[in-house]
Design a protein around this ligand. Sequence first.
Ligand code: PLP
Length: 363
Amino acid sequence: MTLTDRILMGPGPCNPYPEAVQALGRPMLGHLDPEFIALLDETNDRLRTVFGTTNALTFPVSATGSAGMEAAIVNFVGPGDTVVVGVNGVFGGRMVDVVSRTGADAIAVDHEWGQPVDVERMLAAHPNPAMYAMVHAETSTGVQSDIAAMGAAKGDALLLADCVTSLGGVDLRIDEWSIDIAYSGTQKCLGVAPGLAPLTVSDRAIERILPKPQSWYLDLNMIAGYVTGSGARAYHHTAPISMIMSLHAGLGAVLDEGLDAVRARHQAAGDAVKIGMQRLGFELFAAEGHRLAPLSSITIPEGRLGDQSEAQVRSRLLAEYGIEIGGGLGPVAGKVWRVGTMGHTARLRNVTTLLAALSAIVD
Ligand code: PLP
């Protein structure tokens, strides 16, 4: 099976939209070429639409989603600040680590895996934190948390949302839900290759950017002059031109199809995975009412795979059918599968193929 034959449904680098792949081969432009600046401006506008924001400071950070996380933290907090972090999976845990490295006090509000972040517990954790941070769509558990409820209750604190697996795949309204800072990654529901971290920062949060954040590369005071605003741009770093062209094209594909239609396609594919897997005798891991469409977490009942291990079944899906599904992480490693239906791969035809292939392997 050739690489291009593969369906690659798993979380991580899924098959990007064809438009996004083709754009990677466009003739190169200089990073200060007016034509490139215009393309970057349009990319930022498209990002504003998918984020649901009018935030002026909206752009793709030149690195992966984790750099978006760092930029969203290191610019706003440091020694003497307290950050309350909702932890209901791997990526909330990563936020705690990043916050701690700034010297700020990270209060981790731990949740059982599979459960959403509990806003009341976040509020009870500290009377006046500088920031609340939580993951909108936990890729490690397939759980969606209610960011709007946190936004309504945040008081004077900033609200930071990890939207890596929600942007472009599920309802997201940065402005309406009072989210101050949000980041994402290009490789998930946006259907582009990995490598950029879309970031958006509210005007309220801009006023709180530290004068000298602990990172040079991610210092928004300097980056802002290069990636946003009108007129000539001051050099900060050499933009990854081809990736930005690709993101521009991927966002174009999403907006041409229509954001609502794209989200409905993610929902339909996620529903089909969940229904089909239950029909095959598997169970759903994420708490009911909080199940994420683009990432379905599946519990493997004892004995369901006969004498094959769950890793063997995943390897066979990839080798024999070109379908990649993710294994469980952390405490649910070996017990849970994670089936991503994101971006271009969020299509019923892929789900049908997965279910048939799985049935052929384990029945
Ligand atoms: N946050 C979430 C929810 C993720 O799923 C991921 C990656 O899968 C990240 C952050 C980190 O992004 P990256 O791997 O692009 O650095």
